[in-house]
Design a protein around this ligand. Structure first.
Ligand SMILES: Nc1ncnc2c1ncn2[C@@H]1O[C@H](COP(=O)(O)OP(=O)(O)OP(=O)(O)O)[C@@H](O)[C@H]1O
Length: 270
């Protein structure tokens, strides 16, 4: 698989279960990496429910053709974005089988006029079936980040995701526990609606880095629905600071992956 010209690292955001906050994580991680000073892009590969256009306030964007074989990406809040949702209706894509979805997505990734990027964050469709497997093999991934809630059924699916990436030799950069606990907007009371520390324990069990625990908060949902993520509209909030921490840990994990692959290739040459 060829690396993408001008893009240093491609990171897949994956979850076994739907609705656990994969797209929310993709957008916030991308914005947090940009705030750390990196050039960042987002690729929304979630053919069943592309929600990145709404989350970045880009619902009206349509890519323009550049020459015969390329198209423009959108710009929002200092990052670039491309989405399958800019091009086709999700009802049409919902019936695609693995090879067709993988073909459309490799075309989307290869034919977008990406600027030079340090990180391209890819929002994969939820699940661990054929489509996810094919995509993980078609896109030149540096590594994957698994998003889960602390709930048992989400964790069981997260474990399937971990196994899938291990099977195709994609390094797992870490696990993010989203909706870790609920914070009441009236009294700030903290409640573990989906259980306590399930994601953290799963990360420990599989020896993968734990990148952070993100609370369930109504402001987060409202911000994403309005296309103005909190990292942009309220950069000093506790939520934004948590994401900066996740971004910093991700940078460290990507660097350590690179170092380990360098040492493997050095020892291979010996
Ligand atoms: N930490 C959070 N606090 C509050 N709301 C959240 C949080 N994370 C996600 N949400 C909300 O939950 C819903 C689902 O999130 P999101 O679309 O990111 O999940 P997903 O895993 O990408 O879903 P899908 O399976 O459809 O791809 C969205 O309305 C989002 O705003």
């Amino acid at each position: 698989m060829e690396a993408l010209a001008g893009i240093k690292h491609v990171i897949a955001i994956a979850s076994g279960k739907g609705g656990v906050g994969k797209s929310t994580t993709t957008v916030n991680l991308a914005l947090a990496l940009a705030k750390e000073g990196y050039k960042v892009g987002v690729l929304d590969a979630d053919i069943y429910g592309p929600s990145i256009p709404i989350m970045l306030g880009l619902s009206d964007f349509t890519p323009q053709a550049v020459g015969e074989k390329q198209m423009t990406a959108a710009n929002a809040y200092g990052i670039v974005a491309q989405s399958i949702g800019f091009i086709i209706k999700s009802e049409d894509a919902a019936v695609w089988r693995g090879p067709m979805a993988a073909g459309a997505l490799t075309q989307l990734i290869n034919e977008t006029q990406w600027p030079e990027l340090d990180y391209l964050i890819v929002d994969l469709p939820p699940g661990t079936g054929d489509i996810q497997l094919t995509l993980s093999q078609k896109i030149p991934l540096t590594g994957a980040i698994i998003v889960t809630t602390p709930q048992d059924i989400a964790l069981a699916d997260a474990r399937k995701g971990i196994n899938m990436f291990q099977k195709v030799n994609v390094p797992i950069l870490g696990l993010i526990e989203n909706m870790s606990f609920h914070i009441c907007s009236n009294c700030d009371h903290k409640e573990h609606i989906f259980g306590t520390d399930g994601g953290k324990r799963t990360a420990e069990k599989y020896l993968i880095p734990f990148l952070g625990a993100i609370p369930l908060h109504v402001q987060v949902r409202e911000a994403m629905d309005s296309g103005q993520p909190l990292i942009v509209s309220d950069p000093d909030s506790a939520f934004s600071e948590l994401y900066q921490e996740v971004a910093r840990k991700t940078i460290v994990e990507v660097a350590s992956q690179q170092n380990s692959s360098v040492s493997i290739s050095i020892s291979d040459d010996e």
